[in-house]
Ligand binder design. Structure first.
Ligand code: AMP
Ligand code: MG
Length: 200
């Protein structure tokens, strides 16, 4: 439980979803199976909390390809929360509705939007979202937007834990946010900021 609320705290979120080498099998859709979250205190320059929430898919299963990518198995996600409960937990325990949040790219935000629309589950986040990949790209003047692993190399930071596990990805992305903050590139003036009415 992360009980403090403050303007200088942000939630960094990274989701893993069911996936296949090609298209989804007939009738299946990509669904969230892990929500990784790290809370960053921008004033203290620290990552102050981390969480990995496993989520049980309803309309798809974890393929061998997906296990290879994420390390997650069907057995493990079967023990996870339902999607609705996971969203309630984000709101209740991590101030998702009011705290600014960050992800690497827009995939995570779009996946939440899609899945909330498809299931009727209330969208748990507020309107203030920042795409850290866009901010990083501008801060370094890059021509191409880098993946998280490449950005860590550029920043000279180690990749901690396992890439493509939501909990570890969120932790590493949070490290990149602190890195940008140390270069005075965070909070960004406009790049990467989304002020959307939820859900979009
Ligand atoms: P990531 O945050 O990079 O671990 O990716 C989030 C999700 O995107 C994964 O859980 C997969 O559902 C999907 N994904 C990422 N990389 C691939 C890939 N190479 N092939 C298929 N799906 C992928
Ligand atoms: Mg990930």
């Amino acid at each position: 439980m992360d009980s403090t609320w403050s303007e200088h705290l942000v939630n960094v979120v990274d989701v893993e979803a069911t996936c296949w080498a090609g298209d989804a099998p007939p009738g299946a859709v990509g669904e969230i199976i892990e929500i990784g979250l790290t809370v960053v205190d921008l004033d203290a320059g620290e990552r102050i909390a981390r969480r990995g929430i496993l989520v049980r898919p309803d309309r798809s299963t974890v393929s061998a390809f997906c296990t290879e990518l994420t390390g997650l198995t069907q057995d493990r996600v079967d023990q996870g929360l339902g999607f609705a409960e996971a969203c309630r937990l984000l709101a209740a325990e991590h101030h998702a509705g009011s705290r600014p949040w960050v992800s690497w790219g827009d995939y995570d935000r779009h996946q939440f939007t899609r899945q909330c629309q498809a299931t009727g589950v209330p969208y748990p986040f507020g309107r203030r979202h920042t795409n850290a990949k866009a901010v990083f790209t501008e801060a370094y003047g890059l021509r191409k937007r880098p993946g998280m692993a490449r950005a860590l190399e550029i920043a000279g930071r180690p990749l901690e834990g396992r890439h493509h596990r939501g909990g570890d990805d969120a932790w590493n992305i949070a490290g990149l946010v602190l890195h940008l903050s140390g270069r005075d590139a965070w909070p960004p003036r406009r790049t990467g900021a989304t002020r959307s009415s939820a859900p979009v």
